[in-house]
Design a protein around this ligand. Structure first.
Ligand code: ADP
Length: 485
């Protein structure tokens, strides 16, 4: 069976073998940008000649897809619950880890807005299985873990008989650290020495992300600005001191977008395709969007779009504050998202109140996300913090002007009006509703006055490409540095 896995590698002698571990990968399971990254980055790394396999849990939604999965191996290992088993299946370059008790459930991390109480055990199991995969495959140079759900792999690796394998830990969002009550420590089946402030203890509780930060050989996050921000108390979520102390091994690498999936010239989900040289299709996409959401069919009215997790990070409360003013100004707004039930309910109420100007879809809808990116004139991201953000890059490529706060990846990717040559977006001075409304008013005035700046920004934006080749080359450098040690 081992040879079966090895055959997934190219067969020829390559200079690097990587096991990339992630809790979500597009198109199998996705709650946010991590899933997009976990699909596109390994694929781009393979283009660079790196043999990269990806490990992820086999959730019920993936089993329901009826994919032609190939059984590879059954592995068993000792955990706090005794001997536990996982079946490994392969599909292309993905290795799915199956354990029905842990992963065959209604949601990935939660159900009906409630986190599963055994999330620590579930992802400890997955992390442990990833280390078993290293043994099974053999010859791996780099273990690359992503976010807290895989960070325990680094502790299990250090306690294993192969602790010398080099490791990278990527922080996709420091707000989600995987913090659990100390009473759950025995379920990790790790030496007690790891439950100390130097490793995973955090004010008397267990902090799983700390395992990734302290034990990985290199740590990175998903934009250079966010890498700096998380070392400050404002953005550090209590870990800024620790992150400053490891700054010698901390870098920021911006994400890319998958232009095979996100391209208005080829996008099968949009009403009419368009490109930089002929943007007439974008008008058809706007009308289509107005039709779908029963908004007034009026081209001269600026249409703002939002696609987002409905959480405080994304400034959804700021949007809720200013919807009445936006509507009375004459703007149209379409929001696609899910998350906090309070925000969901408020949005539903407002959609009734402002029919014709405000369109809401609560839920996750990949196809609609494409239609909104294509049909909107402006894309709103008033985030309080934004590790990288994919939507602003996608919106630029669709000629939809992003309106963004000066944080994280939004600073690194959007050149806003008055910030330099070739502006392709607009900047909200800070994440509060007054500044948000002010920037929206400026956008409204420019748009309704048919100011040439609008066309200029759209064109500048569409010219921007965010191919994964650039970021993948930087990951390649990181891996090479580690391998050289
Ligand atoms: P985050 O990872 O913080 O949620 P990103 O901007 O990095 O934010 O990535 C979000 C990704 O998830 C984008 O591809 C975006 O289009 C997608 N997305 C978010 N919410 C939805 C939704 N409700 N329906 C469809 N796609 C969504």
């Amino acid at each position: 069976m081992k040879s079966f896995i090895i055959s997934f590698y190219s067969g020829k002698k390559t200079f690097m073998k990587v096991l990339f571990c992630s809790p979500e990968v597009t198109p199998f399971a996705k709650t946010g940008g991590l899933a997009d990254v976990s699909a596109a980055l390994p694929s781009e790394l393979r283009n660079l000649g790196i043999d990269c396999l990806t490990a992820m849990p086999l959730y019920r939604e993936i089993s329901d897809m009826q994919l032609d999965l190939h059984p590879v191996e059954e592995i068993s290992f000792l955990t706090a619950n005794g001997i536990e088993q996982a079946r490994i299946y392969s599909f292309g370059h993905i290795l799915f880890v199956e354990n029905k008790d842990y992963f065959s459930r209604g949601g990935m991390y939660s159900y009906a807005q409630q986190d599963y109480p055994d999330n620590l055990e579930r992802f400890a199991f997955f992390s442990r299985a990833c280390v078993e995969l290293l043994f099974l495959i053999g010859d791996i140079d780099i273990l690359h873990c992503n976010d807290w759900q895989t960070a325990l792999s680094l502790a299990y690796l250090k306690s294993s008989s192969m602790p010398q394998i080099a490791s990278v830990f990527t922080i996709h969002n420091l707000a989600y650290q995987g913090i659990f009550d100390a009473s759950q420590w025995p379920s990790l089946f790790l030496e007690d020495s790891y439950f100390s402030p130097d490793y995973m203890e955090f004010y008397g509780r267990i902090n799983i992300m700390k395992a990734g930060i302290t034990l990985a050989d290199m740590v990175n996050t998903v934009s250079p600005t966010y890498a700096k921000e998380i070392q400050t108390p404002q953005f550090g979520f209590g870990l800024d001191g620790l992150l400053r102390s490891i700054s010698h091994k901390l870098t920021g690498i911006i994400n890319g977008i998958d232009h095979a999936v996100w391209d208005p010239a080829t996008d099968p989900h949009i009403a009419e395709k368009y490109n930089l040289h002929d943007m007439s299709g974008k008008t058809a996409c706007k009308i289509d969007l107005q039709n779908r959401f029963l908004l007034e069919k009026e081209i001269s009215v600026p249409l703002f779009g939002i696609i987002s997790r409905l959480v405080e990070q994304k400034g959804i409360d700021l949007i809720l504050d200013i919807i009445p003013e936006m509507v009375s100004m004459g703007c149209q707004l379409i929001i696609l998202g899910s998350g906090n039930s309070r925000y969901e309910e408020q949005l539903r109420q407002m959609a009734k109140q402002y029919q014709g100007s405000l369109g809401i879809t609560i839920g996750f809808d990949e196809s609609l996300a494409h239609a909104i990116q294509a049909g909107a004139d402006f894309f709103l991201m008033p985030s309080r913090f934004e590790p990288c953000g994919l939507n602003q890059m996608i919106s630029m490529h669709y000629g939809t002007i992003p309106i963004v706060t000066p944080v994280g990846g939004l600073l690194d990717t959007v050149i806003a009006l008055d910030e330099g040559p070739y502006p392709c977006g607009m900047r909200i001075r800070s994440s509060d509703s007054k500044n948000l409304l002010e920037t929206i008013r400026q956008a409204f005035i420019l748009y309704t006055a048919k100011d040439p700046l609008i066309v200029e920004m759209k064109k500048n934006a569409m010219k921007k490409l965010f191919h994964w080749s650039g970021p993948a080359a930087l990951y390649n450098d990181l891996y090479r540095k580690l391998k050289a040690f």
